[in-house]
Write a protein that binds this ligand. Structure first.
Ligand code: ADP
Ligand code: MG
Length: 676
């Protein structure tokens, strides 16, 4: 069977509506998404061991016949036990399974299987413990080969994904090549079909390496090709210029409670100059966490609204959208800006108010790119934390204004080395905030272990006593998104025992926007002392009275992510603390966390992160993907330059990609947004 890449995965045999929903949690909506859902790692189970060579402590795969099988319930622990004997030419081995009642029907006596499991010692006999199994009469998926291990969620195990992937073999074989032959030849890339097949089911280590290289090349190449394509086709578009008077900045400054840093002033000036031109602004505002990007954006908003146009501000999460809505209101009201919030679950306005222009600024999430939102005269689009969005989503929003191209500004604390970033995004103008506002005390960062919990407790009690606020972050365990609720619940209980006097609340993905808004409000200004969250908090949250950031299981976060979390405190002149807690004892983990304690520079940490953990380090399973890089290494400056040059020369030679329809489709497919 053959499936269209754009079809929903519910078209696949074996994927009903409920399983399809579970796949959506992994960000897999279409066949293309599934194909692009690469394994987290691979396990080499390709070597079949003769049974006679089994040794206790090994993990092995054997191919053998199940010669006996029996089931019984143990009287004491009420455990369901299955015993079997597996036999190959070299000899027999025992096998035992615990509490798997379904084996009564699933395992058949005298049938040959691949069995994969750990060899244990049961009462003096070598025994395969709880082995996985698979019949031998077809090409094995789960054993007897290099097996892909995918990021999982409840109900979608690697096994389920492998089975779904298997139904795509034929589709993969018919996937058209997207790269021009000159390129695959010049850079010695394997064909796309072979790369896709081998990334999921590698025929050998070498094929896997080739597949990673080819697909990594594609990732970097396609990003740069999209940008170059957009620039060549839309980049020179005419926009409505927005002139501002010479006293705009002094007037704006008067309404601020602090003095702008020099780089903030410079960035505002650069943006005002962009806006005044007939060419659509396309500027990236880069600055480490806490460098004060929002106020720069606010200046641009005021300028555009005062000229009579509308602005859209898009944030990657509801929490962040809500926060912008709350924080910007007091300042922007002084300039007469009418603001509305629009996310997946809230709407503080009707579509009509946006369409008629009563609303000047719409703040929202992905919901903003939905087709139903129509603006009267959108002329500036700002995207916060732009690294969270696919390249295409921004341009989707950008095209919302019908007559002219709106100006476009993106804000990012992108934790990647600046030189790399500048090459990747050479088609954008960039302003960089290099200073952190003055008056800030360096955040004191400490390792928290089981041994100094009492100190942590004392510190937090002291801070709460002064009405300062405390963040506690707990990671999602097992990459399982649906485990969020469970880990939050147990952590709340934990905290309530440690801090009986404190008022504790939790923020997580399943709350409605209103509830999030209320909790944020009560944390910022009300009586909540401790806010517990999973890493949703990571992006951009700004609470000036927050002085403690306590990160549980810190070893599960990348350095760049830890740095982002640390940036949630120390946002005022209060002394702040970051406590990285771990129970891990491995020297590498402790080294990594030590680096976090001593290094304050986000770029420095990002570089280390890349070197230590590879490009995957920046993802957590929820986000649509930082630059959608899954395989390419951002430290590979050579490959970045190569792909950059390749993309530039192709666009130069064929700006509209007329001769490369597959390539054009590929970038457009990449530009497809997912609904929230
Ligand atoms: P980020 O760059 O991480 O998005 P924000 O824009 O959220 O940072 O700013 C962080 C905090 O610093 C906010 O509370 C903001 O009001 C404050 N801030 C911004 N610029 C300055 C400044 N020049 N002096 C003092 N505080 C500032
Ligand atoms: Mg921010």
């Amino acid at each position: 069977m053959f499936f269209l890449l754009t079809s929903p995965i519910s078209q696949l045999p074996g994927i009903g509506p409920s399983l399809a929903l579970k796949f959506q949690k992994l960000g897999v909506f279409t066949i293309a998404d599934l194909l692009g859902y690469y394994p987290r790692r691979w396990e080499d189970l390709s070597l079949l061991s003769p049974i006679i060579s089994a040794q206790a402590g090994q993990k092995i795969t054997v191919k053998g016949k199940l010669t006996t099988i029996s089931h019984f319930r143990s009287p004491y622990k009420r455990m369901f036990i299955t015993n079997g004997i597996i036999q190959d030419k070299s000899g027999p081995i025992k096998a035992i399974w615990f509490n798997q009642v379904y084996l009564k029907t699933a395992l058949k006596k005298d049938q040959e299987y691949y069995f994969t499991g750990n060899v244990g010692n049961q009462q003096g006999h070598l025994t395969l413990m709880n082995p996985g199994f698979e019949v031998t009469d077809h090409l094995p998926l789960h054993s007897g080969r290099i097996v892909p291990i995918y990021p999982e969620t409840t109900g979608v195990s690697s096994k389920v994904i492998r089975r779904a992937m298997k139904t795509l073999f034929n589709t993969i074989r018919h996937t058209p090549e997207i790269l021009p032959a000159e390129l695959t030849k010049k850079y010695r890339l394997v064909p796309l079909t072979s790369a896709l097949e081998n990334i999921h089911f590698p025929a050998s280590e070498t094929e896997l390496v080739n597949a990673k290289h080819r697909l990594g090349f594609d990732e970097l190449f396609l990003i740069q090709l999209s940008l170059a394509f957009i620039k060549a086709n839309w980049g020179q578009q005419i926009s409505q210029p927005i002139p501002t008077s010479f006293d705009f900045l002094p007037k704006f400054k008067k309404h601020l409670s602090f003095t702008l840093t020099n780089t903030q002033v410079k960035a505002i000036q650069e943006i005002l100059a962009d806006l005044a031109s007939h060419k659509a602004t396309n500027r990236l505002l880069l600055g480490d966490v806490g460098s004060g990007k929002t106020i720069v954006a606010a200046a641009a908003i005021v300028a555009v609204v005062q000229a009579g146009y509308q602005v859209a501000l898009m944030a990657p999460t509801e929490v962040l959208a809500v926060q912008h809505y709350q924080n910007l209101q007091p300042l922007l009201k002084k300039f007469g800006v009418g603001i509305a919030l629009l996310t997946g679950s809230t709407k503080s306005v009707s579509g009509e108010e946006i369409q008629t222009g009563q609303i000047d600024l719409v703040i929202g999430t992905h919901a903003l790119i939905q087709k139903s939102v129509v603006f009267k005269n959108l002329n500036l689009v700002i995207i916060d934390e732009q690294h969270r969005f696919g390249v295409g989503q921004r341009y989707q929003l950008k095209n919302k204004s019908r007559e002219t191209t709106p100006h476009f500004i993106s804000l990012s604390a992108t934790p990647i080395p600046r030189t790399v970033f500048l090459t990747l995004f050479s088609d954008l103008d960039v302003s960089i905030l290099t200073e952190i506002p003055t008056g800030r005390l360096p955040i004191i960062t400490r390792l928290a272990t089981a041994n100094n919990l009492d100190k942590v407790q004392a510190l937090i009690n002291k801070e709460i006593g002064q009405n300062h606020k405390v963040f506690v972050i707990t990671p999602l365990i097992n990459e399982d998104i649906s485990a969020e609720r469970a880990s939050i619940a147990s952590e709340i209980k934990n905290l309530a025992e440690l801090f009986p006097q404190a008022k504790i609340s939790a923020l997580h993905g399943r709350l409605t926007a209103e509830t999030k808004l209320q909790i944020m409000q009560d944390f910022k200004e009300g009586d909540i002392n401790i806010l517990l969250a999973t890493s949703v908090i990571e992006v951009g949250i700004d609470v000036s009275a927050a002085t403690v950031m306590w990160i549980k299981n810190a070893e599960r976060f990348g350095l760049a992510q830890l740095h982002q979390l640390r940036g949630r405190v120390g946002r005022s002149n209060l002394q702040s603390y970051c406590l990285a807690e771990t129970r891990a004892e491995e020297p590498e983990t402790l080294e990594r966390l030590k680096a976090f304690i001593y290094i304050r520079d986000g770029n420095e940490l990002a570089k280390m992160d890349l070197a230590l953990r590879g490009p995957g380090a920046f993802f957590d399973t929820q986000q649509s993907g930082f630059l959608k890089l899954k395989l390419a290494n951002l430290l590979d400056e050579k490959l970045i330059r190569t792909t950059h040059a390749a993309a530039q020369s192709l666009i130069k030679q064929d700006p509209e990609l007329k001769n490369y329809p597959e390539l054009k489709k590929a970038i457009q497919l990449n530009l497809l947004p997912h609904s929230e």
